[in-house]
Design a protein around this ligand. Sequence first.
Ligand SMILES: [Zn+2]
Ligand SMILES: [Zn+2]
Length: 347
Amino acid sequence: MDIKQNICPKCGGPSEGGLCSSCRAAELEWITCDDRVLCTHCPTCGSLKQQNTWTDCKLEKDKLIDEVALSAVHIHEDVRSLSVSLETRDISPNRTSVNVGVKAKLYGVPVEHKCRVLIVWSKEQCDRCSRLSGGYYEGTIQLRADGRKPDDYEKDRANAIAHSAEDGLQETGERLSFITETRETKDGLDIIISSHNIGDIISRNIVKELGGKVTRHPKLVGEKKGIPVYRITYLVRLPKYQKGDVFEENGSYYEIRGTDSGGVKYFDLQDSSTKTTRNEPCGRLIGNVKDSEFAFVNYTEGNTAGILDPKTFENKECLTYPWLEIKEGSTIRFLRDYDNERIIFVG
Ligand SMILES: [Zn+2]
Ligand SMILES: [Zn+2]
């Protein structure tokens, strides 16, 4: 048995060959701490700048201080059972001092280290806030409608769709896709956007929900590092009819049940059948079921019903449809066709 193999050449203690664990632990520089760490953040939105890249910061101030302090501490890969304590103190508005205490095990030997990290906070307007405040834009979504103006409901929905697309993109880290501005115009709504991607998504989602068509109109506005720069106008043209619109064609009445890129679905009020057409119906608009009035049914007789007109309080005899079950004493929804002086039941 060679006794040298079991003796540490440094301390003479027992060893499994070479230095003993205590001497190996004592020799190794297992931890280093940076004295200072610079943290650049945006005073407007709190984003953080790291290696010239901005990212949204989802941490509370306390957690952020801990993260930044820990980023200044570098630990050797052989270290095990690590526990770290942090004591922070704001020493001035732009300086935070952090006392770092580290306990760990190295080759089975307990080790300890203390250091102090100074966090220097620096403010800088981030890429997104500087674009936002400068009114930066790469396109405009123009919400319009065919032969009419988009109504409040459609404008509200378009706005909500736009903002939810913005939330989604921001969430996935596409920080430079945002809504620069929205403004009402005499023909509808303009949504000014900062990237083509957000423009594509918003215009597509509006049409998916409200129907109609999108056409893109790019315009060359310059060149950046040899690459042509375009601004795109997305013209979203909502269909002539909206869901719930009732129109008259050749003496018959129809209610629009849905409009999307696949066509227009409408309900035949005469026989209660549902039809789909690829083309826009071309009848005369009476109104929308959401604006319908309610009337009390006085009596029914064959294919007529007597209702109490809520405007004049007079009895009005009106034609009903065979499929529509009208009961005496109930209320019924209707629209007025002023041109034909008719009451149109909409069920
Ligand atoms: Zn030793
Ligand atoms: Zn910012």
